[in-house]
Design a protein around this ligand. Structure first.
Ligand code: AHR
Ligand code: AHR
Length: 480
C-alpha cells in the first residue's frame, strides 16, 4: 500500500498527493512531475518505474543530459487535478519575470529510495509552487490533515518554507487564513526547544509551535536528514507531529486547542496549496520537499503512524551530490574556460573580484596564484566542495547576489552555503560547477567576470546564449 491507500483505509482519503520521488498510491502509474530542459525548452513527464513505485530518474537523466532541467509541474496523484506549478506574485514578488517565483532544479536534491535514484524538490530562496484554485481543499474552520517529508538539514530563517493550505489570491488576508506545515529557524513568531530548525504551523501572520505564538519546549530541534512532518487542524483543535522519516515512530509535539490570539478560532482557511513559500508569496525560505499529501478530514494518530511506517519502509537515503571527474580534497587546481575565443583564460581573482584571466606557465607568480584554488570539503555540505584562494588563505569563492567574490570565511551559515559548490560532469566538457544552495545556478564567466548563472534567467549573466560553454571548465593541476 502507499500512504494514500493508508489514509483511505483510515477513512481520511488524500485530496492532494504530491511527490517527485514515488507513487503515493499502490496503483498509481501516471505522471509524478514534469521537467523542462534548457536546450530546447521542451518538457517531458516522469512516471514511476512501475505502479506504486519509485520515479523513473533515469528517464529524467536521459532527457536532461548535457543541459539544464527545471521542475515545471508537480502533479497531483489523487485524481483531483490539484497540481502545483510556478507560483505567481502576491504580497511579495518572485525573482522571475512578471514577479513569478523561480522553478526548482530537477537535479538539486538527489536521493535513493530502496536503492533506486530519485530527485526531490530543492527550494532555494525565490523558488515556489502553488495552486490557487484546487478542488476540494478545505475552507473556513473545516478539518484537514497533511504530511510532508523534508530534508531536515536544508532550512533557513526566512519566511516561509511551507506546504499546505493558503490564500487563493497570494495575499495576506489575515490571521487564520492559512494552515500549512512550516520548517526552519524563523523566530519572528514562535520557536521550539534549542536553536532549531523546528516544525511549526503557519496559520498566517504567525508560525505556531504550540497554542501561544511563543516558545513550546516540547517542539524539538530537528537533526534528522529525512524529516516526516504532520499538521492537522479542525474546530478548536490542531496538532503537529514529527519523526525521523528513515526510522522509528512519530512523536506529538503539540495537540490541543487553537491559539487564543484573535482570528485563529475559528479559522478562515481559503483552500489554495503552497509549496516553499508563505501565504503572501513570502519567498525568502529554503528547504527540500520529497513527498506530501492533504486530506479533508482529521486523520487519526493511528493512520499517521501507519503512514510513518510506510515512509520508513520506502528507505530514503542520501546519494552523491556530484558527478564527473572527482576533485581531490586538498589539491590545487586551475579551471580553464572552454568557450570559443576565451579558452586561454582561467578562473581567477583580482582582489575580491572573481574573473577570468589569460594565464600561462610564464605568467608572474602572483597571477598564477590568483588563478589557483585549493579544493576543500564543502563548507556547508561535505558531499560538495569549496574553493579556497591560493594566495589569500582562509578566503573562498562565494556568491553574493549571484556575483562571485573571494571573501574571508566569517563562519556564518550563509557564507558557508554561498561558498559550497557541487561539481558535475561538464555540460559540454570538463566539469560544470553548481551552486549548492541554488542548484539552478552554475559558476559561469560572462564578460570575463564570474557569476552563478541560471540558463535563461532574468540577469544579463543568465543569458542562454553560450551558457553550456560558459559553465564548462577544464580542470588541471594548479598553476601555483
Ligand atoms: O504566517 C507567517 C507568514 O506571514 C505567512 O506565510 C505570510 O503570508 C505572512 O507574511
Ligand atoms: O548570491 C545569492 C544570495 O545573495 C546569497 O545567498 C546571499 O549571500 C546574497 O543575498
Amino acid at each position: 500500500a502507499g500512504p494514500c491507500d493508508i489514509y483511505s483505509s483510515g477513512g481520511t482519503p488524500c485530496i492532494a498527493a504530491h511527490s517527485t520521488t514515488r507513487a503515493l498510491y499502490s496503483a498509481f502509474s501516471g505522471s509524478l512531475y514534469q521537467v523542462k530542459r534548457g536546450s530546447d525548452n521542451t518538457t517531458t513527464s516522469i512516471a514511476p518505474l512501475s505502479a506504486g513505485g519509485v520515479a523513473n530518474a533515469a528517464a529524467q537523466d536521459t532527457f536532461c543530459a548535457n543541459t539544464t532541467c527545471l521542475i515545471t509541474v508537480i502533479y497531483d496523484q489523487s485524481g483531483r487535478g490539484n497540481h502545483l506549478t510556478q507560483a505567481p506574485p502576491g504580497g511579495f514578488a518572485g525573482p522571475e519575470s512578471n514577479g513569478y517565483d523561480n522553478l526548482a532544479s530537477a537535479t538539486g536534491a538527489p536521493v535513493t529510495l530502496n536503492g533506486q535514484k530519485a530527485y526531490g524538490v530543492f527550494i532555494s530562496p525565490g523558488t515556489g509552487y502553488r495552486n490557487n484554485a484546487p478542488s476540494g481543499i478545505v475552507k473556513g474552520d473545516a478539518a484537514e490533515g497533511m504530511y510532508a517529508v523534508f530534508d531536515g538539514a536544508h532550512y533557513n530563517d526566512g519566511c516561509c518554507f511551507d506546504y499546505g493550505n493558503a490564500e487563493t489570491n497570494s495575499l495576506d488576508t489575515g490571521n487564520g487564513h492559512m494552515e500549512a506545515i512550516y520548517f526552519g529557524t524563523n523566530t519572528a513568531w514562535g520557536s521550539g526547544a534549542g536553536s532549531g530548525p523546528w516544525l511549526m504551523a503557519d496559520f498566517e501572520n504567525g508560525l505556531f509551535s504550540g497554542q501561544g505564538s511563543k516558545n513550546n519546549a516540547g517542539d524539538p530541534s530537528i537533526s534528522y536528514r529525512f524529516f516526516n512532518t504532520i499538521l492537522k487542524g479542525g474546530p478548536n483543535q490542531w496538532a503537529i507531529r514529527g519523526g525521523n522519516a528513515a526510522s522509528g515512530s512519530l512523536s506529538t509535539y503539540y495537540s490541543g486547542a487553537r491559539p487564543t490570539a484573535s482570528g485563529y478560532n475559528p479559522m478562515s482557511k481559503e483552500g489554495a496549496i503552497v509549496l516553499g513559500i508563505g501565504g503572501d508569496n513570502s519567498v525568502s525560505a529554503q528547504g527540500t520537499f520529497y513527498e506530501g499529501i492533504m486530506t479533508s478530514t482529521y486523520p487519526s494518530d493511528a493512520t499517521e503512524n501507519s503512514v510513518q511506517a510506510n515512509i520508513v519502509a520506502a528507505k530514503y537515503a542520501t546519494t552523491a551530490l556530484t558527478s564527473g571527474t572527482a576533485l581531490t580534497i586538498g589539491s590545487s587546481i586551475s579551471l580553464r574556460a572552454t568557450t570559443s575565443g576565451y579558452s586561454d583564460r582561467y578562473l581567477a581573482h583580482t582582489g575580491s573580484v572573481v574573473n577570468t584571466q589569460v594565464v600561462t606557465s610564464s605568467s608572474a607568480t602572483s597571477l598564477k596564484q590568483q588563478a589557483s584554488w585549493t579544493v576543500r570539503a564543502g563548507l556547508a555540505n561535505g558531499g560538495c566542495v569549496s574553493f579556497e584562494s591560493k594566495d589569500i588563505s582562509g578566503s573562498y569563492i562565494r556568491h553574493a547576489d549571484f556575483v562571485l567574490q573571494v571573501g574571508a570565511n566569517d563562519g556564518s551559515k550563509l557564507f558557508k552555503e554561498d561558498a559550497t559548490f557541487c561539481p558535475q560532469a561538464g555540460l559540454t566538457q570538463g566539469i560544470s560547477i553548481r551552486a549548492w544552495g541554488y542548484p539552478t545556478r552554475w559558476i559561469r564567466h560572462y564578460s570575463n567576470v564570474g557569476y552563478v548563472g541560471s540558463n535563461g534567467g532574468v540577469h544579463a549573466f543568465d543569458a542562454a546564449s553560450s551558457f553550456n560553454d560558459d559553465v564548462s571548465f577544464v580542470v588541471s593541476t594548479g598553476f601555483a
